[in-house]
Design a protein. Sequence first.
Length: 159
Amino acid sequence: MPVRRKISEPFGIYFITFTCARWLPLFSITNSYHVVYNGFDYLKSQGHYIVGYAIMPNHVHAIIGFVNTGKSINTIVGNGKRFMAYELVQLLKQQNHENILMQLEQWVNHTDKSRNKNHEVFEPSFGSQRMYKNVEVYWERKIHIMYHLKSMSLEFRHL
């Protein structure tokens, strides 16, 4: 699992990975790949670039070029996960997945409950690797990994 760490740079190209809570396949259960696309559309509207991605049933890999918007990259990714979580919970409710909703409720820790968090939809941390040395080689390697994952994935795009 990725370790919570602050990304100090206000911009840059990063390989980002985030995972559904306890590796539940929430994207496939709810058929909600569009939720990730909506998140990407929002990032693009803010001037960021989506270079490539793979959406798996329970996690997402993406290469994102972040521009300096005055917000930290951690905040940008965290906000994106939060809004995706809201949409996933709504879909789970609409599709009557009560047992999954109860699991997600039980996984919220005491501190987050005191902050009115109701569901633990994603793992709290996310993986990030800055892509600045030999960018072309690094991109090729990460995109190759994502293409390899395509055979296991329901959704994959390289832009």
